[in-house]
Design a protein around this ligand. Structure first.
Ligand code: NI
Length: 256
């Protein structure tokens, strides 16, 4: 059994064929999906999908690139569903300095990140963290505002050295399609050294299709390509990788 711990079935590219996409994923063993929101509408759609499909769960929150248009009212209207039985995390939240160069805007991203970590702590939920080119600020915030119910560094893109800091915070490491890219040196090194009991597999679909599907619309069924690469790099049996990563995800999100 496989848990895709970060997918956007709420993205319009996937939403139109979601029945078929879930069915095709189940055929290859993916039976649990965490649908992650990035703003109010996508979070509410994630909840609707979770209500509609068995094995589908929702993460609700505001992505750092989507906070600029969001109001406090949007935040309240979204996060009031935090105790919904299928909402299992706050996400995706964090910092993205790739597209945001303006310092005032970066400060705003930090405020929203902190606000959402604290909200998750108050409501006993783990977080799904988006971090792009903002590693040191991201770590500083996480050290000062510890996610008390843990979380995952989604699509971990840092070095092996920084991995220790993330692991010391008690967080999980999410690995995605880039692990399979032929030129992916750092993610492969990270995969080799990360303790298996802290590893999660995710697709981030419709983005980040694994090799050899790069450039196509990604789907949860493609997670098997990521698992094959983890299996190869770890040098362990595929069954062991499947069992441990599935159990990790259920443990993090408080599921049986
Ligand atoms: Ni995402």
């Amino acid at each position: 059994m496989i848990f895709d711990t970060h997918c956007h079935l709420n993205d319009e590219k996937l939403l139109q064929n979601v029945d078929e996409i879930i069915e095709n994923a189940r055929k290859v063993g993916v039976n649990r999906f965490l649908v992650v929101g990035w703003d109010k509408d996508s979070s509410l759609t994630a909840i609707k999908l979770a209500e509609q499909y068995e094995g589908v769960y929702a993460a609700i929150g505001f992505h750092p690139e989507n906070i600029f248009d969001a109001t406090e009212e949007d935040f309240q209207e979204t996060m009031k569903y935090i105790d919904h039985p299928k909402v299992v995390a706050v996400g995706e939240i964090g910092l993205d300095y790739h597209w945001t160069k303006d310092q005032t805007k970066r400060e705003l991203q930090k405020e929203w990140f902190i606000k959402q970590i604290e909200f998750a702590n108050e409501h006993h939920k783990p977080i799904s963290i988006h971090n792009r080119e903002a590693f040191l600020d991201c770590l500083a915030i996480l050290k000062e505002h510890k996610p008390l119910y843990s979380g995952v560094m989604h699509c971990y893109s840092g070095s092996v050295e920084l991995l220790k800091d993330v692991l010391n915070l008690g967080l999980y490491i999410g690995l995605d399609g880039p692990l399979t890219f032929l030129n992916a040196k750092t993610p492969k090194e990270v995969c080799e050294v990360v303790p298996l009991e802290r590893l999660l597999v995710e697709t981030d679909c419709p983005y980040l299709s694994p090799h050899p599907l790069r450039g196509t619309v990604n789907e949860p069924k493609n997670i098997v390509l990521i698992i094959d690469e983890v299996t190869r790099l770890k040098g362990l049996s595929k069954k062991h990788i499947l069992d441990v990563t599935y159990n990790n995800a259920n443990k993090l999100f408080g599921l049986e």
